[in-house]
Write a protein that binds this ligand. Structure first.
Ligand SMILES: [Zn+2]
Length: 283
């Protein structure tokens, strides 16, 4: 293969396959990925909770860089579901304050060059009481503002996308003053047209039907697995080899040309993250 293969949403865990999974990705043609830091499994020691989360993400990324030839980028930020769990323990107000601090800390990680994006942040993907959703919207907006100041993209975890919900997210982006094109909708479907996503950038699930439908409309998207690397639940979500396989299918079946693939897997991430993530160009 002489084109890049980029997975825009990957989780890794030290107790999971970690380097082994990265080597499989590389062997199958992967050239780069966005690693999204996971919150600690223990809801404890809230004073250092987010710092530990971000530092573990940075450490996993450093290990990935030294063990493979992959371009590995990192996103850190307060995970939206953490807000729900934290509010149940310390109350809504205190949880919001801590999530806001975590947004600021994420901005600092990017400014210091220890992370490349703020994510995954946003609001719960399930129904929660109104005041919890309002607090989550305020936190999401704060994360967008941090991303704007740090000059990086923000990666959103929210409810399943519809043109209406994406319009709502894009108006929050406008309020935060961040360029909509730097707001990435994670877990997106084939809504890659501007009238469908209102300028947000789609990171689409790498299922065959979604990818083929999106690729039939254009090249303004990235693909993702949301690989979870959970040894206790190995069948959950897509395998780490999915984006390489899907990319190959797109070319073999003539849905995209190799030039188009360069746009999706090379130019789009490079433009978004300001990094050379192109195949074989190294670091
Ligand atoms: Zn995720």
């Amino acid at each position: 293969m002489d084109y890049p293969v980029f997975d825009n949403h990957v989780h890794l865990q030290r107790r999971g396959r970690y380097i082994d999974a990265l080597k499989e990705f590389e062997r199958k043609g992967g050239t780069g990925l966005m690693l999204i830091a996971l919150p600690p499994s223990e809801m404890a020691d809230f004073d250092t909770y987010f710092l530990r989360m971000y530092e573990e993400g940075a450490s996993l990324r450093d290990g990935a860089l030294s063990s493979t030839q992959l371009e590995v980028l990192l996103a850190v930020g307060p995970y939206p579901v953490t807000m729900v769990e934290m509010a149940a323990r310390v109350g809504l107000e205190e949880a919001e304050r801590r999530m806001m601090d975590a947004a600021e800390l994420a901005g600092r990680f990017v400014s210091e060059g220890r992370a490349d994006a703020i994510g995954e942040v946003g609001r719960p993907h399930f129904n929660v009481p109104g005041e919890l959703m309002e607090a989550s919207n305020r936190i999401m907006e704060a994360c967008m503002r941090e991303a704007r100041s740090a000059g990086c993209p923000v990666i959103l975890h929210t409810e399943d996308p519809t043109p209406e919900s994406l319009l709502d997210l894009s108006s929050i982006a406008s309020r935060a003053g961040i360029d909509r094109g730097r707001v990435i909708k994670h877990h997106c479907t084939d809504l890659i047209g501007p009238e469908e996503n209102h300028g947000l950038f789609p990171s689409i699930m790498a299922t065959r039907s979604i990818v083929f439908s999106a690729a039939g409309k254009g090249t303004r998207f990235m693909m993702e697995t949301d690989y979870i690397d959970d040894p206790s639940n190995p069948g959950a979500f897509m395998g780490i080899g999915t984006v390489p396989r899907r990319t190959r299918e797109l070319v073999e079946r003539g849905v995209l040309t190799e030039d188009d693939v360069w746009k999706v897997n090379g130019d789009n991430p490079a433009r978004m993250y300001g990094r050379e993530v192109l195949a074989g160009r190294g670091r």
